[in-house]
Ligand binder design. Structure first.
Ligand SMILES: Nc1ncnc2c1ncn2[C@@H]1O[C@H](COP(=O)(O)OP(=O)(O)OP(=O)(O)O)[C@@H](O)[C@H]1O
Length: 644
């Protein structure tokens, strides 16, 4: 029995070191079979890691340094370790021990709905193993499926003709036109992955890919069904806007040969993945699934780095085999809060290319471009369908240089850019005090709060709402953490107080004019979703009533403030929640102590939310250096499943 072990777990839970769920989960596992402290320890660790976005527990890591898995010191780990008693001698011993437990299904063994799965040296919750296995199988078969066959020469020639038309100019500096290559590669299978940093032309490229799909659809052209989606409403609205603009520009160039405006008009709005799949209240199941698939020929999904494992599995199940899936995203951004780092795993060869000889010759035939030798290799089917765009069109200058340095883990170069602060585009206040932050919040939020004071007649209400929203969207404070003085909750409170003191806000209760809010839970009744950000403004129809206005590209939606239940004030938001958004001026705030939990992806994601100006505030600069030096490694078996 594991009495001593659970006493330790309970004490650590009370101390806030472990999630309550972890102890409860281990107890549940103990109640349905074996209850050895070793199995219990593996369950607690598995649950803790799941809460941090890992899809499995790597037993070699458990064997090598379990404290490091939790980010604990040896001291913190000591008592829990002692309560386990005998610790298996090595990874094999862990595998043997777990494989003998009734609650564990060793893959290939007898199945009787065991809640845990042991796949090689990885221990999973069954659901994650199923999702991972399904995603691996589905993307592999998509990458391999539909690859140009018997009449390939003719098809390739058709693709080439159109690509030359759509990309008429030689790439700048005489390099390789990865955008053109990305289009060709996506035409080759039922899966295309286009990754790249901000402004590298992912949307520009996908608009041309759409034109190409449309142009080569033959008789199917008139009925080609294209759907656009993204993980958040904001990202979906941005995608639609960028694609419409790009298709419009392209239509001018292509002329009568291709009715691109007709295609754009038929596409309809971009939707969130939840809405596309038909999420329903009170169930994880979607309306669209393997038995009731989506009615589309082409699905384009932007901000794919935010898609978690379970969502990717659901998406792939709901997509007909015949449809083409195009994933767009920045592989270096933070992964989803939920388990999995799917885009990162799918793109693990993207930097190096790893293209096979057949890919090289197809690309040459379809684009006239020769992929340089250093990108040749032995990548699997996903690598052959993945292209990384490498040149940013609008993200140069100090912000771009800073993002590059952080991404490369080069803290010294990052500090150089921050110190030089060229053109005032990048500003860094180290040893920052709260007063610095509050001053910044005051100057950043003053413009929209002043606009609010000049509420117009009823007739101009919508135009005014749009201008206030636009002004609010131009500045944002991002936090690395939620708790504490430098976290979201502490800062929102102090910023509200500061703005009130400056006479910019009149806070009378929970709801007040000018309050920005973020939705924290999907709410089907009001049609607002987790992560949506809105602004509280007077209701023109009812004196004294307040509505929350949400910007959706060109349109605005509103909900009575009192109908919104799961919201929080959003002067400051987490970097995680800011994904898919961009602000003219982004200010990022790091905490005094990162607790070893901040990594480079977070810093990179924060910086790349800034369009024109980036301000960094650090009460303790060492936290920045430590974060740049640390990579997020999410345990996942997806890469190895993709290679099998
Ligand atoms: N080959 C090109 N020739 C001319 N302009 C280009 C080209 N590629 C991209 N652009 C322009 O560069 C800008 C950025 O491109 P785009 O918006 O497609 O990048 P993105 O990777 O989708 O950015 P984000 O990550 O912010 O969504 C756009 O104005 C686009 O029109």
């Amino acid at each position: 029995m594991s009495i001593e072990f659970f006493q330790q777990v309970d004490a650590l839970t009370e101390a806030g070191q472990l999630r309550r769920l972890s102890g409860a989960f281990a107890r549940f596992i103990a109640s349905v079979g074996d209850s050895s402290p070793q199995l219990m320890a593996a369950c607690v660790l598995l649950s803790e890691l799941e809460g941090r976005g890992h899809s499995c527990l790597m037993l070699d890591e458990l064997n090598a340094d379990p404290a490091a898995l939790l980010g604990w010191s040896g001291e913190e780990w000591r008592d829990l370790r002692a309560s386990v008693g005998d610790w298996p001698a090595d990874t094999d011993a862990w595998c043997d021990l777990l494989a003998r437990c009734a609650q564990v299904w060793p893959v290939g063994g007898d199945q009787h709905h065991q809640p845990l799965v042991l796949d090689g040296e990885r221990l999973y919750l069954r659901r994650y193993w199923q999702d991972e296995t399904h995603v691996a199988q589905a993307v592999r078969s998509r990458a391999l499926g539909g690859v140009l066959a018997a009449d390939a020469d003719m098809q390739t020639a058709g693709i080439r003709r159109w690509l030359d038309n759509l990309f008429p100019h030689a790439p700048r500096g005489g390099g390789v036109d990865w955008q053109k290559i990305a289009c060709a590669v996506a035409m080759r299978g039922k899966l295309g992955i286009i990754t790249g940093g901000p402004g590298t032309g992912k949307t520009y490229t996908v608009a041309r890919l759409l034109a190409l799909l449309f142009a080569t659809a033959g008789e199917g052209q008139a009925g080609l069904r294209v759907a656009l989606a993204a993980p958040t409403g904001k990202a979906a609205a941005r995608l639609k806007q960028s694609i419409d603009t790009a298709l419009d520009e392209l239509a001018e160039k292509v002329g009568d040969e291709l009715p691109l405006r007709e295609l754009a008009a038929r596409m309809g709005a971009a939707r969130t993945l939840h809405s596309l799949l038909g999420a329903r209240p009170d169930t994880r199941a979607f309306q669209h699934h393997a038995g009731n698939q989506l009615d589309v020929d082409v699905l384009i999904v932007d901000e794919a780095s935010m898609i978690h494992l379970e969502m990717m599995s659901a998406l792939l199940a709901a997509l007909p085999e015949t449809a083409t899936l195009i994933l767009l995203g920045d592989k270096d951004q933070l992964a989803s809060v939920e388990a999995g780092a799917v885009l990162g795993d799918l793109c693990h060869n993207a930097e190096a290319g790893e293209y096979l000889p057949e890919t090289l010759s197809y690309v040459q035939a379809a684009t006239g471009q020769r992929i340089p030798g250093n990108f040749e290799g032995h990548g699997g089917p996903i690598a052959q369908q993945t292209v990384m765009l490498r040149e940013s069109r609008r993200f140069g200058g100090p912000i771009g240089a800073l993002a590059l340095a952080v991404n490369a883990g080069d803290a010294a170069a990052a500090v150089n850019v921050l110190r030089e602060g060229l053109d005032g585009k990048v500003t860094w206040t180290d040893m920052a005090q709260s007063a610095d932050l509050l001053q910044l919040a005051l100057s950043g939020y003053q413009p929209y709060l002043q606009l609010i004071r000049h509420a117009p007649d009823e007739a101009d209400h919508l135009a005014w709402v749009k201008s206030v929203l636009k002004s609010f969207e131009s500045f944002r404070i991002l936090c690395a953490v939620r708790e504490g003085e430098w976290g979201v909750s502490g800062l929102n409170e102090s910023i509200e107080q500061r703005l009130q003191k400056a006479g910019l806000l009149k806070r009378t209760g929970e709801w007040y004019v000018g309050r920005p809010v973020m939705v924290t839970r999907n709410d089907y009744a009001t049609g607002v979703f987790n992560g949506d950000i809105g602004l509280t403004l007077p209701d023109p129809a009812r004196a004294g009533a307040l509505r929350v206005y949400f910007s959706e590209g060109e349109t605005v939606r509103s909900v009575l403030a009192t109908r919104l239940r799961n919201v929080e004030t959003a002067f400051a938001m987490t970097v995680h929640k800011s994904q898919g958004s961009e602000f003219a001026h982004t200010a990022m705030v790091l905490p005094k102590d990162g607790g070893g939990m901040l990594a480079r992806e977070l810093i990179y994601t924060g910086i790349t939310r800034a369009r024109d100006y980036f301000t960094l505030l650090t009460p303790n600069g060492q936290v920045l250096l430590d974060a740049i030096g640390q990579r997020t490694q999410r345990a996942s078996g997806l890469r190895s499943q993709l290679e099998n």
